[in-house]
Design a protein around this ligand. Structure first.
Ligand SMILES: C[S@@+](CC[C@H](N)C(=O)[O-])C[C@H]1O[C@@H](n2cnc3c(N)ncnc32)[C@H](O)[C@@H]1O
Length: 212
């Protein structure tokens, strides 16, 4: 736990833009993010995790994997990927499910398009990205989703209002554009959201259909 927090903090300092948080997601937030996987009546699922970091959501995902499921883990930061693989090797459930799991080291927007995913669990820090990057990511997500694909992602509660009040104009404008694209433009079909207060900063977890 301490090692995980230190790795995370180091990447927050070295790679602020892509890391986007100074601590990993809490176990309560992780459970909320993987709600679509916890459905007792679900069939086999092809699952994509975007931005695993040190694995605070990856580990609960792996614990929920059933026979016939497949998990693809996509991470842009090679140091996170290396640390993640090392800690997963120590996990019994990972060793048992290894044949069901594959890794993609690179940007979400560069994922190959040879698979369609049923569930996407996304922890990318959209508020740190420019509009073109967010559009490129969602364009890729639409290519690898069906109309039934469910995606969860999160946003810190109040972060936008806080930035509107204190951020430099360039950051404020960029965040407003990203927010307009995600929430207002209608490019995503929102199914609902859940508030999780037990996280270092409380978060809203959104469920969307990226291709619908
Ligand atoms: C906010 S952290 C989330 C880490 C972890 N899932 C958690 O919830 O604690 C964001 C993660 O997304 C990764 N990331 C950022 N941009 C990415 C991109 N374009 N493609 C893939 N991963 C990306 C970062 O390296 C980092 O691991």
């Amino acid at each position: 736990m301490l090692k995980e927090n230190l790795v995370f903090l180091r990447e927050f300092l070295l790679e602020f833009k892509t890391t986007g948080a100074c601590f990993p997601t809490s176990k309560w937030a992780a459970q909320a993010l993987i709600t679509p996987l916890r459905d007792q009546n679900r069939g086999r699922k092809n699952v994509l995790e975007l931005g695993p970091g040190t694995g605070s959501v990856t580990i609960p995902i792996i614990k929920e994997l059933r026979d016939g499921d497949h998990l693809t883990i996509c991470e842009i930061n090679p140091r996170f990927m290396k640390a993640l693989k090392e800690s997963l090797e120590e996990m019994e459930e990972f060793r048992r499910a290894r044949h069901q799991i594959s890794f993609f080291e690179g940007a979400a927007q560069d994922l190959p398009t040879d698979k369609v995913f049923d569930i996407i669990v996304c922890a990318l820090p959209f508020v740190n990205f420019d509009l073109l990057t967010v559009q490129a990511i969602f364009s890729k997500l639409r290519e690898i989703s069906s109309r039934e694909t469910l995606m969860t992602y999160y946003e810190y509660i109040g972060v936008r209002k806080f930035n509107e009040a204190v951020a430099a104009p360039e950051r404020r404008d960029r965040m407003a554009q990203v927010n307009e694209y995600l929430k207002v433009s209608g490019s995503l079909n929102y199914l609902g959201h859940e508030r999780v207060w037990l996280n270092v900063l409380p978060i809203n977890i959104y469920t969307v259909k990226p291709a619908a």
